[in-house]
Design a protein around this ligand. Structure first.
Ligand code: Z5A
Length: 215
């Protein structure tokens, strides 16, 4: 049997601690891919533009209180409301570069250490979503990111909590993850990102099947 391979866009995800430079690197990567003729767009999660995203935003800004299980499901729903569009774009050949995704969903909730919101439970509610072809895990100490501008304004921006979330990210790593040292210059990091991303984009264009979380 020969399986026909269909070209598609790649699903590239940036993960890491608060203020480690994800947004900066997502924009640079999209710019670079586009300059090479790759159709690429950048999205971020949480997507604060939807009504679910507005509820998440109020929670993160400490303007509302929500039960931990409820806010967890809001983050999941905020991805699910973009699922069809995600799949349509990928199938149409657009590469999606995401600033956080399900891996943050699992890591930040699991970092709360609540028995009913374990890593396994958090993973189980993401299974309707596609897996990333590549997770770029930007690593830097929580103390170093805390020294950056804008830190400390939102609910989870506390060094001790960030450290627990970083441990949870480490527990999620598999062969689709690349660890990027986020403490260098913006340009050095970009070069590392490009080196690991380009082969993955080519594989997707060559028809490598899209996976599902957490196959
Ligand atoms: N969360 C969750 O709980 N569950 C979920 O399912 C999801 C998320 C998806 C908000 O996320 C919170 O939601 C987050 C996880 C949780 N809580 N925490 N922590 P967010 O993505 O909206 O917020 P963020 O992580 O705080 O993103 P950010 O502030 O936009 O940071 P960033 O994208 O990693 O960094 P940046 O904006 O590119 O750069 C930050 C600053 O550093 C800026 O001034 C840059 O100019 C500077 N910068 C960037 N790179 C460098 C280098 N290389 N050197 C020096 N300075 C640099």
């Amino acid at each position: 049997d020969t399986v026909r391979k269909v070209p598609r866009g790649a699903l590239i995800v940036f993960e890491g601690g608060d203020r480690c430079g994800k947004t900066t690197q997502c924009s640079k990567l999209v710019e670079r891919l586009r300059s090479q003729g790759v159709d690429a767009v950048m999205w971020r999660f949480p997507d604060r533009s939807t009504s679910i995203g507005a509820a998440i935003n109020a929670y993160l800004a400490e303007q509302s209180h929500l039960d931990d299980a409820v806010v967890h499901m809001l983050f999941v729903a905020n991805r699910l409301e973009k699922r069809e569009e995600m799949l349509r774009l990928l199938a149409g050949g657009t590469t999606l570069v995401l600033d956080r995704y399900s891996y943050s969903g699992v890591a930040y909730t699991a970092a709360k250490g609540l028995p009913h919101l374990s890593i396994e439970y958090c993973k189980s509610v993401e299974v309707l979503l596609p897996a990333a072809d590549l997770v770029l895990h930007m690593t830097m100490t929580a103390e170093a990111t805390a020294a950056r501008g804008g830190y400390g304004q939102e609910r989870y921006e506390k060094v001790e909590f960030q450290k627990k979330a970083m441990e949870a990210f480490e527990a999620l790593r598999d062969e689709r993850w690349a660890v990027i040292d986020a403490s260098g210059t913006i340009e050095d990091i970009h070069q590392q990102v490009v080196a690991v991303t380009e082969p993955v984009v080519r594989q997707a264009l060559a028809g490598r099947a899209l996976g599902r979380l957490w196959d």
